[in-house]
Design a binder for this molecule. Structure first.
Ligand SMILES: Nc1ncnc2c1ncn2[C@@H]1O[C@H](COP(=O)(O)OP(=O)(O)OP(=O)(O)O)[C@@H](O)[C@H]1O
Ligand SMILES: [Mg+2]
Length: 469
């Protein structure tokens, strides 16, 4: 592209070569699978809409944006951001250099305004940038600017001036953002106004067909449908996981066995998630992740029972916002779970670092579930933690219940319908606790039938009404 050469004239050689790497649209891997359904989403409503591609590490955000830009659906510029771009002078210098790719000359015009001396107001600088873009709009209508890795930007002067830019940019300049976390923009407002296109992990997940294509490319050969299905399920459509599995499969003597064993403790996946995700977290987050990794489902209060703290709900919401492989299980943000491979990694690390803690954490989970009436989950954790006593207690409770209720039911006389209703209902619950589901269901039907219309009315009508109320 002309930009690197042009700007090299006014920048030092070192600066220019650094800049060139940031403006370079990432190459696509040899086994790249172009996904038309996602490219179409990016096109929809463009260019006025802001496009936000937001998902955890390795979900294929950069690959998708790069594919879109490389297909030259419209003249596009690219900028990969990094921590150092939290300096507003540097940030805007780089944005202007990127824009120079679609609007030649803008760098030369605007760069001097960035100093030295640095401008007093970066919002003021952005206003000038917007005016300049608006003047030249006609010649390049429409163009696009892709900003990748925006999650590294958090310095207030950059955030503030960038927000102004995103909201006031000329309509012909489309903005595409790749980020691991929600960008610091008024997304809710933009969403309501129909000015936002969002592509998140749900959309970025590989479908089985897409996964088959990716794996075929990575393995450089055919791969059986059941193997694809197993790996798609195991990775939950996570691009990096599929790619790592594909690479490892290459030259694997026993592919079926490899696929059966593939998990977050596979060394490639482990390295990737450790380096890209886990090691970048503050200590308190890592600690929380490890402690709660024994859980299949997470809620705030349940996490509190394991951590001994009281900020479980806030932590979970924070992890979800940070796109830390946490998947909501309901609409009200009450229950979540970790992505399977991420949970594998956390559990492996917990076992390795704190083998002594595992049983205690399971036990705390079991006690919480027991206390809240989730006997099956309580039993599962008691089993996982090797707490035989608790397990016996839980089973014993259910056994006792079955015995008492059966005896009561056997002793009930034909007219004692209230007793029958209670005993059958109680028995249904007790069977359920024992894991005897068909028996539980039979009792439940029986119990409901006792109070259903169409049955002979119980002799004591007042009591029946009270019971149904
Ligand atoms: N469509 C695809 N076809 C083949 N491989 C892909 C595809 N999308 C992603 N990948 C591979 O998956 C891996 C992760 O993709 P990518 O780097 O785009 O993720 P990302 O979401 O940008 O991650 P990060 O948050 O770390 O920037 C890469 O190795 C990439 O080559
Ligand atoms: Mg990326």
């Amino acid at each position: 592209m002309g930009v690197a050469a042009d700007t090299a004239r006014v920048r030092s050689g070192w600066e220019a070569s650094l800049l060139a790497t940031k403006l370079h649209v990432p190459d696509l891997p040899a086994a790249f699978v172009s996904r038309a359904r996602l490219l179409d989403l990016l096109d929809a409503g463009a260019p006025r809409r802001l496009v936000v591609v937001c998902a955890p590490a390795g979900f294929g955000k950069s690959a998708l944006l790069a594919d879109w830009v490389r297909q030259k659906r419209r003249p596009s510029a690219w900028l990969s951001l990094e921590e150092a771009d939290n300096d507003p002078v540097r940030f805007w210098r780089h944005v202007v250099a990127a824009l120079d790719q679609v609007l030649p000359g803008i760098d030369e015009r605007l760069s001097p305004l960035l100093g030295p001396p640095a401008p007093e107001s970066f919002v003021g600088f952005v206003a000038t940038l917007i005016n300049t873009l608006a003047e030249s709009e006609r010649s390049v209508t429409p163009a696009a600017l892709a900003l990748d890795d925006l999650h590294v930007i958090d310095a207030p002067p950059v955030v503030e001036s960038f927000t102004y830019f995103a909201e006031h940019r000329p309509a012909a300049l489309q903005l595409l953002i790749g980020s691991r976390i929600d960008p610091p923009l008024p997304l809710a407002r933009m969403r309501v106004r129909g000015e936002l296109t969002e592509i998140r992990a749900e959309q970025l997940r590989f479908t089985p067909e897409e996964a088959a294509a990716l794996l075929r490319g990575a393995v450089e050969g055919d791969i059986p449908a059941d193997a694809v299905a197993a790996l798609t399920a195991r990775t939950e459509g996570w691009a990096a996981g599929l790619q790592l599995a594909g690479l490892s499969l290459r030259g694997e003597a026993d592919p079926a066995r490899f696929i059966a064993d593939f998990s977050g403790s596979h060394r490639f996946v482990l390295d990737y998630l450790t380096e890209e995700v886990l090691e970048r977290q503050p200590a308190e987050v890592t600690e929380f992740l490890l402690q709660t990794s024994v859980l299949d489902r997470l809620s705030g209060p349940l996490c509190d029972a394991l951590t001994g703290r009281s900020d479980g709900q806030q932590m979970l919401e924070r992890l979800e916002r940070a796109n830390l492989f946490l998947i909501p299980l309901d609409q009200v943000r009450g229950w979540w779970r970790y992505h399977q491979l991420f949970a594998d990694l956390l559990r492996a690390r917990l076992r390795h670092r704190h083998p002594d803690r595992v049983a205690r954490l399971h036990d705390a989970a079991s006690a919480w579930y027991d206390e809240h009436g989730f006997i099956d989950a309580a039993a599962q954790h008691a089993m996982a933690g090797g707490n035989i006593d608790r397990l016996a207690e839980l089973r014993g409770d259910a056994d006792d219940a079955v015995e008492h209720a059966s005896r009561a039911l056997a002793a009930a006389r034909p007219g004692e319908w209230m007793l029958r209703i209670h005993a059958t209902g109680y028995l249904a619950l007790a069977y359920w606790l024992q894991g005897r589901l068909p028996a539980a269901e039979r009792m439940l039907v029986e119990s409901i039938a006792q109070v259903s219309p169409g049955r002979p009315r119980p002799t004591d009508a007042r009591g029946a009404g009270a019971d149904r109320a």
